[in-house]
Design a protein around this ligand. Structure first.
Ligand code: AMP
Ligand code: MG
Length: 497
């Protein structure tokens, strides 16, 4: 007699990207690893995805998260894509170390892809080993989850495991696998992949897939593909504005690292600024500052122009008309970004009914911060408290020359007074958009060193816990709010692939 065993099915995958033509991807299973061990399951996210966090953390679950066990459902695959890397077009990139397991529908009814990053070689690995080192996995986990807690669209981290194997980088490093969740992993570079091959049918199928999945409102438009492009542009303008409003620098805004869904993706040498300087660059591979903080809107616009080039045949059969359509949509990007950014800056200053001259007031503050090496996060957070208690010193102390801040603060106070409103409510509104906590680079580094060199994941857990509530004052954790001491400043970040 056969005993009935309880179903150990961890993921019940639905058909997803594999419905696209075979030339869009390569079917491939993860390569098993020596000795998988769980670092963490993201319980809240698991539940939101309708998954059982306990099953995920079980022996079978960890085997699945490490790529040692194949899901009964789903079509494991590596996606093909192309992309401009630092301005140079590479016609063949693709998931070189990420394998899409399948997708699930979350509690909000949204489809979400589940992918293992670091799961072994694929046909797109080129010279890479298909693996991920522990440090970058923990960095992506912490930074992407912070972005989510900040309310910024992003891929998420469902789990992380160590592999019990070493990966060879500049030295041998412990390997890990990240389970990444995304609305989809379709990138600007996915469209470029088909465009580079003159595959008009592929572009159309992909565009239809993206409309159905992310932009259903485009269906009823006079020109659905132009509407699709317009909506992608709008979401990117908002996304970049949100990055800029918290001091986030992506670091590698190549077209293969920009989604069409509007989620932030591919956390490599990313960083949050400590002191505000518009030209800040952290990435060791960005020698010319192409992806410097203040260049991000222009780079997004550049990437969207590459997307437009790929979509042209869909806009109109007449080439001139297609170019006109593309140009008119692209031309709206700067104003869209500015509107979103300015509105956000006004909220950060507590100006809840903005006036046209408010943006200049905000930009003036940023210039003063830049000259005075003022901490971006603490300055804005401090303004919220100042809105309530008129003691300028707390914020002024962040400026090399506090008089430079004081002079600005006089004008700001005057503007607040003209606007009226309840100071308590204003502070609450400001604190809801000005985080107290960001993943400070020195803390991220410290957390990585503890895990990689000492096998201690306590700093990782602690950092995540604090950053899961970035807008709340957590006096017991003031260490996590403080800027680095001069000797702690991180000047460069690395891709770590
Ligand atoms: P990234 O700069 O991380 O966006 O990666 C650019 C390309 O390199 C992507 O196609 C990745 O899949 C690929 N890649 C990065 N690291 C590895 C690796 N360790 N093994 C294979 N491919 C990789
Ligand atoms: Mg990438």
């Amino acid at each position: 007699m056969t005993a009935l065993t309880e179903s150990t099915e961890i993921f019940a995958f639905e058909p997803g990207y594999a419905r696209l033509p075979e030339r869009s991807f390569a079917r491939i299973q993860p390569t098993p690893v020596a000795a998988p061990q769980l670092i963490r399951v993201n319980k809240n996210l698991a539940e939101h995805l309708g998954l059982d966090p306990e099953k995920l953390a079980s022996t079978e679950g960890v085997e699945m998260l490490a790529g040692n066990r194949t899901a009964a459902s789903g079509d494991a695959l590596a996606m093909a894509y192309a992309g401009h890397q630092f301005g140079q077009f590479v016609p063949q990139l693709g998931d070189g170390r990420a394998i899409l397991l399948g997708e699930v529908t979350d509690r909000a009814g949204m489809k979400r892809e589940i992918q293992l990053k670091g799961a072994g070689p694929t046909p797109f690995s080129r010279r890479g080993d298909g693996r991920a080192a522990l440090g970058p996995v923990l960095r992506e986990y912490v930074v992407s989850e912070t972005m989510a807690a900040l309310g910024i669209p992003t891929t998420r981290a469902l789990a992380a495991v160590t592999t019990g194997e070493y990966v060879m980088r500049d030295r041998p490093l412990p390997g890990a696998v990240l389970t990444r969740v995304a609305a989809s992993h379709i990138r600007v570079g996915t469209f470029q992949f088909f465009a580079a091959r003159g595959d008009g049918e592929g572009i159309k199928l992909l565009a239809d897939y993206v409309i159905a999945r992310h932009y259903p409102d485009a269906v009823g438009a006079a020109n659905p593909y132009a509407a699709l492009f317009d909506m992608i542009v709008a979401r990117q303008a908002d996304l970049i504005a949100q990055w800029m409003l918290v001091g986030f620098i992506h670091g590698v805004m190549n077209t293969d690292n920009m989604t069409v869904s509007g989620e932030t993706i591919d956390y490599g040498p990313c960083a949050f600024m400590d002191a505000y300087h518009a030209g800040t660059v952290y990435s060791s591979i960005d020698a010319r500052g192409r992806y410097a903080f203040s260049n991000q809107p222009a780079m997004a616009h550049w990437n969207l122009t590459r997307l437009a080039e790929s979509l042209l045949p869909l806009f109109s059969a007449d080439e001139d008309a297609a170019v006109k359509t593309a140009q008119s949509v692209l031309d709206r990007f700067p104003a869209r970004f500015e509107a979103s950014y300015s509105a956000g800056l006004c909220r950060k200053l507590g100006l809840l009914t903005p006036r046209p001259d408010d943006t200049a007031l905000a930009l003036d503050l940023l210039e003063r911060m830049d000259r005075n090496n003022a901490d971006f996060t603490l300055t804005f957070r401090g303004l919220g408290d100042l809105a309530l208690a008129p003691d300028e010193s707390a914020v002024g102390d962040l400026f090399a020359d506090r008089k430079d801040f004081d002079a600005w603060a006089v004008r700001w106070r005057q503007r607040l007074a003209e606007g009226g409103g309840d100071p308590q409510a204003r502070r609450a509104a400001m604190h809801a958009v000005n985080p107290a906590f960001i993943p400070r680079n020195h803390l991220v580094e410290e957390m990585i060193v503890a895990a990689v060199d000492n096998g201690s994941f306590q700093p990782f857990e602690q950092l995540l816990a604090v950053l899961s509530r970035p807008y709340e004052d957590q006096p017991a954790f003031s260490r996590y709010a403080n800027p680095p001491q001069p000797h702690e400043i991180v000047h460069q970040t690395f891709c770590g692939t």
